[in-house]
Design a binder for this molecule. Sequence first.
Ligand code: HEC
Length: 155
Amino acid sequence: MTHNLRYIKQTALLMIVLIITAAGGATGADADGDGVVPLALRAIMDELNRNMRAVTDAVSLENWEQAAITALRIADHPQPPMMEKLRILSFAGSDVRKFKNFNSQTRLAATHLEEVAGKADGQAVIAAFAALQSSCLDCHQDLRKPFKEHFYGRQ
Ligand code: HEC
């Protein structure tokens, strides 16, 4: 009996430590100080945004090589850590396929942008950029609101 109780206590303690470690590992800092720690996905999105701006800079300078390199960075954007990915997949539930489709649309559009930038075809780069931006918007219009409500309890 006593032995069992000690075992249960030890297991409970181990689980608490694991949960705290996992939560700490999967989250970043509370940058805007509102007590809600953003998901790693948000930093990934911010980086996508910076890279989109970098593409428009490259187009203005007709620096197609830079546009191609940046498009590749957008296509190969990092993924959230495993724990967070699981949380996102469980949030997506029956919409997992839809979520993944949006993601692959963005990857495809960015890959196409890289291709036409590699050919220094300015007009095609601009058209491909617009298509890429539409792919971002498609996911945002469909999923961002419920996503933020789920993870942050607000929009
Ligand atoms: C598969 C869905 C999906 C795709 C595709 C997607 N996003 Fe997002 N994006 C989200 C979600 C969900 C959020 C909300 C994340 C959060 O607040 O934690 C978000 C948030 C953002 C934000 C706001 C970040 C902030 O600091 O609040 C920016 C900027 C952004 N995305 C840029 C982009 C760009 C640029 C692309 C395309 C190159 C893109 N996203 C493609 C789902 C997507």
